[in-house]
Design a protein around this ligand. Sequence first.
Ligand SMILES: Cc1ncc(COP(=O)(O)O)c(C=O)c1O
Length: 298
Amino acid sequence: MHDGVSPMKIWLDGKVLEAGAAKLPVTDHGLLYGDGVFEGIRVFSGNVFRLDDHLARLAAGAKALDLELPGGLSRIREIVLETVRAHGEPEAYVRLVVTRGEGALGVDPTTCHDPKLFCIASDVHIYPDEKLAEGIALVTASVRRPPPDVLDPRVKSLNYLNNVLAKGEARRQGADEALLLNLSGHVAEAAVANLFAVLRGELVTPPVSDGALEGITRRTLLELAGSLGIPAAERSLTRFDLFAADEVFLSGSGAGVVPVRSLDGREIGSGRPGEVWSKLRRAYLDAAPALGVPAFEL
Ligand SMILES: Cc1ncc(COP(=O)(O)O)c(C=O)c1O
């Protein structure tokens, strides 16, 4: 990276702009009501990680909200690649956002006729190496993950207040991340990452129906576990299972693959990052560039 910091680049209205120059009207329903969808995507060695999977998730979420994707998916694909190229860094983080657009001062989405798309390419801000070496601390949030008939957690919508409140609780208690349970007390995921536990040698992650986002890093780790011969299952988990686990770790585009050292002040396993985490993280980092769509040659 140049001097450790490269400026953000933002695609908006057909142009790639610097951060300060990209502006949206205050009557956009994305801002007024959290009405919209987004993706967070990693770029590894100039390759946009599983871009088509991210676009498919964006399209499914937009359909669930009856939100039109401006320009269509193949144009959006080009926009992501163009923004990453303009940013020029082989390691980057992309935030792709579609909002309902400008409308009347009322929640009615039918007053909005022009959905807005923007795409940000920025530096990566994952957990530092010290955190990976010692593991992060989780606390259970008092807020629960809403069930699908309230707000479907599979839609990666701009309405992240549930996640914001959970993360805020964790930070105020001096922890790094929050654990979210669903209304039945089963583990859903962390505030902005999926969760895995290792129980008697088996890798277990909660099913999406327990309130998790269908994470693209999660899917990749399940595939890699298969090829490494690590038994893996999607099964409901409780806090008890996490206290009894040999390892717990989180996965996400923004977070990476991060070991958990404690939950609610109790040590997980040996209290140190585990072997399954280490193998899977290595396999993920090794596989990532080839699983991406090239934005530019290095
Ligand atoms: C709520 C939530 N869960 C899980 C994830 C992980 O999903 P992915 O691996 O697709 O980034 C994210 C995004 O980072 C998220 O916001």
